[in-house]
Each structure stands twice: as structure tokens, then as C-alpha cells.
Design a protein around this ligand. Structure first.
Ligand SMILES: [Zn+2]
Length: 430
């Protein structure tokens, strides 16, 4: 198989800004079942600069330990250029130096906000507009969030901080970090050229930090090594370390916020379309499609790429619209809500480690990919798909009466809940 052909096939992985739509909503549900969070005392909102200034030497030390560990531990890890290391004495622009040492996008707004649960009335509070919270490329046409502004020092619930932060890495953290992306840091960060992502979406440059194809056939990696260049597990590791430091040094607001950032990457990988480039397409089929394409019959290949993108998009819309309907309607008991909060399976997984995301979360998700993809296909065959990423009305007419699809969906959302709680327990040292 020619590399360029496989590139064409696999580069068109589906949109990446979701991984179960609004992460805050799923996090509220999953973490309500965790008394350590639900019953935690309120925390005082603190500017990032205050945390950085107060704990600077410890942060410098942590980031050096993390860099040494990452170079040893994460596959295909691109070493951080030494000039991004935090200096021994704080720089003038502390925040910028910190974001660049982490190699995240220094343009992010880091707004002090929380999102309410759908159905929760906080209409009296000041709201920020989406473009005050998210960098422009990440604004989504259909994922509507509401952002309530917080004041410095204001007490706020630990759960609200954590759940709100879980959505935040989709607001621009990982946009335009690769050497062939536009912007000032592309040439500085050392990530090399962007490994994959769908060019139809402005935010596609974040894909290699929000997806991870860790469980492919070796033949696939041999032909398309770029698929192994992704680092959601490293991101989760970075934020976990920062969260533990912030908790240990008396900065719980940043403890919960960093923990939420890491949680995002765990949750992304519970979505099978973030863990498989083409779920349901066996290697033999890929080769056959490729052979036909080379012979001038490329329709099968194009159809496979389109199909995967459409199924990923449609199932997230289906799930999100259904969940919002339940929450806005005040529904208390429902199998989907139960899937998020059910703690029965939390203990069956190995203890949390830096390998948990790769070896546990994404392995499970990748294994579910083919069956999930097939169930979505059967559902779409009965409900006409929009085949358009901008049309958002299709699910309005949905009756959600698709037992085969729903059964798989609830199981996957159960994984979302369990892994979310296990990650948070690890961050809290419970
Ligand atoms: Zn994401």
C-alpha cells in the first residue's frame, strides 16, 4: 500500500471538538456520584498568575520532572525544546511563559467561568459570550454552552469548577501547535508537522492531542507512521501533575481546574471515533478499497471516509440532543442518566497510572468501535442522515427508539462515567 494513498484515507478522520459533545454536562452527571467532589467545600476563584507566583519554584521543578519522564515514557514523544523551559527566576509574563513551557496555545482566554447544568437557572448572573471564552476557530455551530462569569475570590462549588474545566481543552488549548500550522508558536514547539486531522474544520489541528490511535494493526503503523504521533495521554499526565501540586499547596481552585483539563482527554478517548481512525473497516477491506482506487474506482474509499465522519457527527448530535431533552425536562430516572452515574464498574479497572488512558481507556474504546459503527449505520439507515456538518435540525424529529444503538451508547457512557471518576479519584489521592 502506498503511503500517500493511506494518508488520503486516514487523514480525513472525523471532527474532533467533541468526544461526547459538551464535556461539562457529562462531567456533572458522572462526578455527582463521587462524594469526594459532591461534598467538597467550596473553593475560592484564584487568577492563574496568583498560583504561579506563589508556587513558582515547585512548578519549575515539576515541569522538569515531567519532561524527563515524558522523554522516557511516551511513544514518539517530541522533546520540549530547552528554550521553552521555565527560567529559575519568574519571567515578566509569567502566564505566557507557563503556557509555552506546557506547549499549549498561549492565545487561550482562560476565562473565569462556569457552565451551569442544562435546566439549572442562573439567568440572573452575568454571562460571557462564547468568543470571550473560546478562541475563534473552536466556536461550534451546534454545541451551545452558557458561560457564567466568576469574580476573583468568589466561592464556587468544586464540582462546578471541575465539570466546567473538563470542556476547556476544546476552547483552543491545542490549536495551531504544529510546525506547518499558522501562528507564532508553530515554529517553536517542536511537535513537527501535523500528523492528522480533517482540514474541513478550522480546529482540526488539535486532533492529535484529542484522539489517539493506539491499537491498530502493525501493518497500519508501518504504512502510516503518522497515526502513532498523538499525545492525549501526555496531556492528561501533564494536567494530573499540576492538579496534584495545586491541591498539595493549598490552591484547590487550580487543582480542580487542571484536573478537569486532564479529564477532558480521558473522556475524549472513551468515544470510539477518537480511538479508531476508521472503526469497522478491517485491514483487508482497506487494502481492497485501496486497490480499487488505484485502478480508478475510488468511490468505495471516499464513501468510507465520508461514512465515518458522518456517523461520528450524527451520533454525537443524537446523544447530546437526547441528553439535553432529559435534563431540561427535569427527568430524574432514565437509562442514559443511570449510565453516567453507575459506579458498579469503577473498581474493575487497573489503578490509575500514566498508561491508563492508552492501555485501559482507549483499548476498551477501540475494541467497541466496529460494533458501535455498525449500530450507528443501522440507525441512520432508518432515519435519513443530513450528510451535512452544518445542518443541525435532523435530531429534532428523533424519537430515540433505537434499542441496538442505545444499548451500545449507554455502555460507552458508562465507561465515560467510570473513567472520569477513576481519573478524579487519582487526582484527589482517594
Ligand atoms: Zn477534545
Amino acid at each position: 500500500m502506498k503511503l500517500t494513498s493511506l494518508l488520503l484515507l486516514l487523514c480525513a478522520v472525523a471532527p474532533t471538538a467533541w468526544g461526547w459533545s459538551n464535556h461539562t454536562v457529562g462531567s456533572y452527571l458522572a462526578l455527582q456520584a463521587l462524594p469526594e467532589v459532591q461534598d467538597a467545600p467550596q473553593v475560592a476563584v484564584e487568577p492563574l498568575e496568583a498560583f504561579l507566583g506563589a508556587q513558582y519554584p515547585a512548578i519549575v521543578e515539576l515541569l522538569e520532572q515531567q519532561e524527563a519522564f515524558a522523554r522516557e515514557h511516551f511513544a514518539q514523544y517530541p522533546s520540549r525544546p530547552d528554550n521553552l523551559k521555565l527560567p529559575a527566576a519568574p519571567a515578566d509574563n509569567l502566564r505566557n511563559a507557563f503556557l509555552m513551557a506546557l506547549r499549549i496555545n498561549p492565545q487561550i482566554h482562560l476565562a473565569m467561568v462556569i457552565q451551569p447544568l442544562p435546566g439549572q437557572d442562573l439567568s440572573q448572573r452575568e454571562h460571557l459570550k462564547a468568543d470571550q471564552v473560546m478562541v475563534a476557530q473552536t466556536l461550534s455551530p451546534w454545541n451551545r454552552q452558557r458561560f457564567i462569569a466568576l469574580a476573583d475570590g468568589e466561592p464556587v462549588s468544586a464540582l462546578a469548577v471541575l465539570a466546567s474545566a473538563a470542556d476547556e481543552p476544546d476552547y483552543g488549548h491545542d490549536i495551531n501547535l504544529f510546525s506547518d500550522n499558522p501562528g507564532a508558536v508553530a515554529a517553536l514547539y517542536g511537535f513537527g508537522p501535523q500528523s492528522f486531522g480533517d482540514e474541513r474544520f478550522e480546529y482540526s489541528s488539535q486532533a492529535p492531542f484529542h484522539m489517539g490511535f493506539f491499537h491498530e494493526n502493525p501493518v497500519v503503523y508501518a504504512a502510516a507512521g503518522f497515526l502513532a504521533r498523538s499525545w492525549p495521554d501526555w496531556r492528561a499526565y501533564q494536567y494530573m501533575g499540576l492538579a496534584r501540586l495545586a491541591f498539595a499547596t493549598g490552591h484547590p481552585y487550580w487543582g480542580y481546574r487542571f484536573l478537569g483539563w486532564g479529564l477532558h482527554h480521558v473522556q475524549d478517548l472513551t468515544q470510539p471515533y477518537h480511538a479508531k481512525p476508521l472503526p469497522g473497516v478491517e485491514l483487508a477491506s482497506m487494502l481492497l478499497m485501496e486497490g480499487k482506487a488505484l485502478a480508478g474506482y475510488g468511490d468505495d474509499k471516499l464513501a468510507a471516509v465520508e461514512r465515518v465522519a458522518t456517523r461520528h457527527m450524527e451520533v454525537e448530535k443524537y446523544q447530546a440532543a437526547w441528553l439535553y431533552r432529559l435534563l431540561r425536562g427535569g427527568q430524574q430516572v432514565h437509562p442514559m442518566l443511570q449510565a453516567y452515574v453507575d459506579t458498579a464498574e469503577d473498581g474493575v479497572y487497573p489503578p490509575y497510572s500514566a498508561d491508563y488512558l492508552r492501555e485501559v481507556v482507549s483499548a476498551q474504546s477501540a475494541a467497541a468501535g466496529a460494533g458501535f459503527d455498525e449500530a450507528i449505520g443501522q440507525w441512520l439507515a432508518t432515519a435519513p442522515a443530513t450528510n451535512s456538518f452544518s445542518a443541525g435540525n435532523q435530531v429534532q424529529r428523533e424519537d430515540y427508539d433505537h434499542p441496538l444503538l442505545n444499548q451500545q451508547l449507554f455502555q460507552l457512557l458508562g465507561h465515560f462515567g467510570a473513567h472520569s471518576r477513576n481519573f478524579v479519584r487519582a487526582g484527589l489521592g482517594k
